[in-house]
Write a protein that binds this ligand. Sequence first.
Ligand SMILES: O=P(O)(O)O[C@H]1O[C@H](CO)[C@@H](O)[C@H]1O
Ligand SMILES: [Mn+2]
Ligand SMILES: [Mn+2]
Length: 404
Amino acid sequence: MDTKEYKRIFGIVLDSVGTGAAPDANKFDDVGSDTLGHVGEAYEGRLALPNLQKMGLSNLRGKAILGVPKVEIPIGYYGVMQEISAGKDSMDGHWEMMGLPVSKPLDTFPNGFPSELIKKIETFSDRKIIGNRPESGTKIIAELGEHQMETGDLIVYTSGDSVLQIAAHEDVIPLKELYKICEYARSLVNGPTYTIGRVITRPYVGPDKDHFTRTANRHDFTLAPIGQTDLDYLKSAQVHTIGIGKINDIFSGQGIDVGFHNESNMDGMDHVDKVMQEDFTGFCFINLVDFDAMYGHRRNPIGFGQALMDFDKRLGTVLKNLKDDDLLILTADHGNDPGFKGTDHTREQVPLLAYSPSMKSNGSLGIRKTFADFGATVLDNFNVSGNAVGTSFLKELMNTEEIK
Ligand SMILES: O=P(O)(O)O[C@H]1O[C@H](CO)[C@@H](O)[C@H]1O
Ligand SMILES: [Mn+2]
Ligand SMILES: [Mn+2]
């Protein structure tokens, strides 16, 4: 393989860490959302993110995050990316990053799923379905979990996203059975009648409604990518591809040589540290989902900020361990503003931070018109051609003028 520039690229997606309403936020009723901004405000100046800060996390914004002033000389390149996909879910965001924007909106079910679909799942599983409406996952298990423990019924719910989620107590409906039911549900919603982005298993444990907690046995059964993604192109060109966290699920394993499941953000960063010790030429794509699942959807800005600070510490180690021919890219797949109404994702611009110890220059990458610029840069680096969506910013990163 002909390596053009960096030997290894690490791309970390901080799931749901948006940086202000996107220009089309009005179409999503998300005007005024700003995940990072509102987390900073909730901390009243006590949010400390020294590593993200020196990469330019506030420099990429108009108004700095409270507690995280802009720095005079960021260590690398910073900017924002805008989304062109029709939806604002993880699948839309990640597929677009990898050169496959989702232009046709996927089906959503603000009034619950049609009875025809529900009946099929009931027949297959031989269990009754309860819930069947958009709801927060923790709320619906608090409400219906005890009933489920008595009856063995299945809790089915959705959100503003194209998702069919099935929650079940691990002691009542064994995991193996739950995965089978979800796999079956997946087979019903691959189009053309219903096209749903993700069927998600939501297992939980606990003795009663005040003590239910969801487990890391969550599994996302995602629609298989409708076409080739940059990961497929890389893999076909023998560039090694590694997925950490939800990445494997989001791409249905397509284009990924090795996948690791994360128990948590910190477990994800353990995987990153390990992979960084390996010698390979390729792309490691990482998703850290706790920001989203534990704090964004729960509208908990304090928890969100703590998760950012915990990540920032681990980022310090990554920055130290990066080699001259490594490139690190940080971004997000959508917003999920914990200071905003509702419990859904928010249509936001996402941060774009790029750093390599070998960088000779620094500066702004501006406003990228699509998330696909990320994947286009990875392809450009490894001399691989793809769907020709997105514009590479590799040249900017390789600028040889000294840092001012
Ligand atoms: O409320 P919980 O169960 O966390 O569900 C959320 O998680 C889904 C996937 O991110 C979103 O669509 C939203 O429904
Ligand atoms: Mn996401
Ligand atoms: Mn989410």
